[in-house]
Design a protein around this ligand. Structure first.
Ligand SMILES: CC(=O)N[C@H]1[C@@H](OP(=O)(O)OP(=O)(O)OC[C@H]2O[C@@H](n3ccc(=O)[nH]c3=O)[C@H](O)[C@@H]2O)O[C@H](CO)[C@@H](O)[C@@H]1O[C@H](C)C(=O)N[C@@H](C)C(=O)N[C@H](CCC(=O)O)C(=O)O
Ligand SMILES: Nc1ncnc2c1ncn2[C@@H]1O[C@H](COP(=O)(O)OP(=O)(O)OP(=O)(O)O)[C@@H](O)[C@H]1O
Ligand SMILES: N[C@H](CCC[C@H](N)C(=O)O)C(=O)O
Ligand SMILES: [Mg+2]
Length: 490
């Protein structure tokens, strides 16, 4: 597409510097990804300013810049706007030909459960013989093709480009996690979501959002955006966890039809007769469907909520309940979410991604409901992230497990022991030790465990790295535990 074409109905105030009409092949916010014919968007980041990379971009063949200030040192076309992010989502949407207008897109927001729900929905839609795509914390997937991802919710040029590929590949449903950061930064503006799901809201990211109210308002934006583009053939739905104490805010935030889920009959879709065990979860679905019993391999009450969200979504998308039941009963689990480490030992080791006080509490409560021995919890908190959750997470571990090993998560730029001292403030008993080396911490927990105990290794789930300082080192909780368990040591 030529630049003038891209700009012909540009709805923002702008200044056209070095007016030219080059052909644009792609849009990117990262100079390192520029190819000849690129439009390079200069983003003022938290750490560096993209405007400083404009010259690099030009050297690599960029033919146009989207800027917030005029750059006198380059002589290619520049579009100067007040807010590059706003302009970026508009231009990327147009450049890739409004891909979500023809792609069923499901957005999921909330503190916990987003990744889990994308995979449950993938299983359901695939059982329904559909082609799926998903975007989230672990990866982006189009059919069976896997693409690495930097953020849970990527920035608009990457997103709309990916949506175009999905549309070309005839994807029926794309499920994507929508983080609160993405909503604040406008990464998802212009996406025509068919369904927006709210899972829950509990403390996290208070480094980024000043208060819980700001955090909630960020998440509400997904529901305000729902139905911004009206298409009578594409009805919109907001799927909301009625049991969450913030549910009413999300119901009020949308003017589209609302479907609620929960564990009482006040919800449109609800679960009853919930039976939890170490290897399966059984419950009955009611409300939108005639009583249907589900026996799933997904463990814990929180996963019943995730299955309810996915079921309500699949129902409004027209999937038969028999197909949904078959999928819920088939899905083996989600990587790094309540994932047991395969071992012949007489105790269990579970790897989980709980990195908030609420998710840790849920997971430990679940283990408590079936454990016969003791619970050992290996847990840390990420550096350069919400500091106020550190003592809370340690306190949860102290309350719900028998023994805690406080260790490093991804310390990033922080001193590992300083993070652990913050966590230690939440411990009220002496049933813990501190070991900043995560490998040693996992091995110590295994050394301590005896018959019928459960070790929970929390916080890093699927992650295959550990970020210490500026280095990203290989590290995989599952593999570290498995290697030690397999060594024949006790
Ligand atoms: C706080 C935050 O959201 N930061 C995001 C932000 O980073 P930043 O502002 O520091 O960017 P920067 O490094 O200063 O760079 C500014 C610009 O210069 C560009 N640049 C930079 C270097 C270069 O050589 N050339 C170049 O063009 C960059 O591509 C960028 O466009 O823009 C970057 C590019 O899009 C993101 O990768 C980065 O996410 C970082 C990695 C991050 O950790 N974000 C987290 C907090 C986040 O967004 N998390 C949520 C999930 C939360 C959850 O669900 O739990 C998420 O959606 O991932
Ligand atoms: N519905 C839920 N309610 C509370 N906790 C949950 C729920 N689902 C999962 N969890 C817990 O939260 C952890 C993270 O789950 P998941 O990855 O699905 O959430 P997420 O919302 O994608 O997280 P992130 O914000 O990091 O992307 C799980 O490992 C589990 O401990
Ligand atoms: N999306 C979350 C993931 C946290 C995972 C935890 N392992 C950490 O690194 O803090 C974040 O960026 O805050
Ligand atoms: Mg996620």
């Amino acid at each position: 597409m030529h630049l003038l074409n891209l700009l012909d109905d540009f709805p923002f105030v702008y200044e056209f510097i070095n007016k030219q009409n080059p052909k644009i092949n792609m849009i990117t916010t990262d100079s390192r990804g520029v190819v000849p014919g690129a439009l390079f968007v200069c983003v003022k980041g938290y750490t560096v300013d993209g405007h400083d990379f404009a010259k690099d971009a030009v050297k690599k063949g960029a033919v146009c810049l989207l800027v917030e200030r005029e750059l006198s040192e380059v002589d290619i076309a520049q579009i100067k706007v007040k807010d590059v992010f706003r302009a970026l989502s508009y231009l990327a949407n147009k450049m890739y030909d409004y891909p979500t207008n023809d792609l069923h897109t499901i957005g999921i927001t909330g503190t916990n459960g987003k990744t889990s729900i994308t995979y449950i929905l993938e299983e359901i839609f695939r059982k329904n013989k559909e082609k799926t795509a998903l975007i989230g914390t672990i990866q982006m997937k189009i059919g069976d093709q896997i693409f690495p991802i930097k953020n849970t919710t990527p920035e608009p040029s990457y997103l709309f480009n990916s949506f175009q590929t999905m549309r070309n590949e005839k994807v029926d449903h794309c499920m994507m996690e929508v983080s609160s950061h993405a909503l604040v930064e406008g990464r998802v503006r212009g996406i025509d979501f068919d369904v927006a799901i709210f899972t829950n809201l509990t403390q996290d990211h208070l480094d980024y959002h000043p208060t819980m109210t700001d955090y909630r308002l960020a998440k509400e934006r997904l529901f305000q955006q729902l139905g911004n583009r009206y298409d009578p053939k594409r009805p919109k739905y907001a799927i909301i966890n009625r049991d969450d104490s913030y549910a009413e805010f999300f119901i009020d935030a949308t003017s589209q039809p609302v479907v609620t889920y929960g564990m009482t009959s006040t919800s449109d879709l609800y679960a009853s007769d919930i039976q939890l065990s170490a290897t399966s979860t059984t419950f009955t679905l009611n409300g939108m469907v005639d009583e249907v019993t589900i026996k799933s391999k997904l463990i814990g009450k929180f996963n019943v909520y995730n299955m309810l969200a996915a079921t309500a979504t699949a129902l409004v998308c027209g999937v038969e309940i028999a197909v949904i039941k078959a999928a819920l009963e088939a899905i083996p689990g989600v990587k790094g979410r309540f994932q047991p480490v395969q071992t012949a030992r007489p105790y269990s080791v579970i790897v989980d991604y709980a990195h908030t006080p609420d998710s840790l509490k849920n997971v430990l409560e679940t283990i408590k409901s079936f454990v016969h021995g003791k619970i050992y919890c290996v847990v840390g908190c990420g550096g350069d992230r919400d500091k106020s959750k550190r003592p809370l997470m340690a306190g949860v571990s102290d309350t719900y497990s028998d023994f805690t090993i406080l260790t490093s998560d991804n310390p990033r730029s922080e001193e590992p022991l300083a993070i652990l001292r913050d966590m230690e403030k939440g411990m009220t008993t002496k049933r813990y030790l501190i070991e900043s080396d995560r490998k040693k911490a996992i091995e110590q927990a295994i050394d301590l465990a005896t018959e019928e105990d459960v070790i929970l290794i929390a916080g890093k789930g699927h992650e295959t790295y550990q970020i210490i300082g500026n280095e990203t080192l290989p590290f995989d909780d599952y593999q570290v535990a498995k290697d030690y368990l397999d060594k024949g040591v006790k």
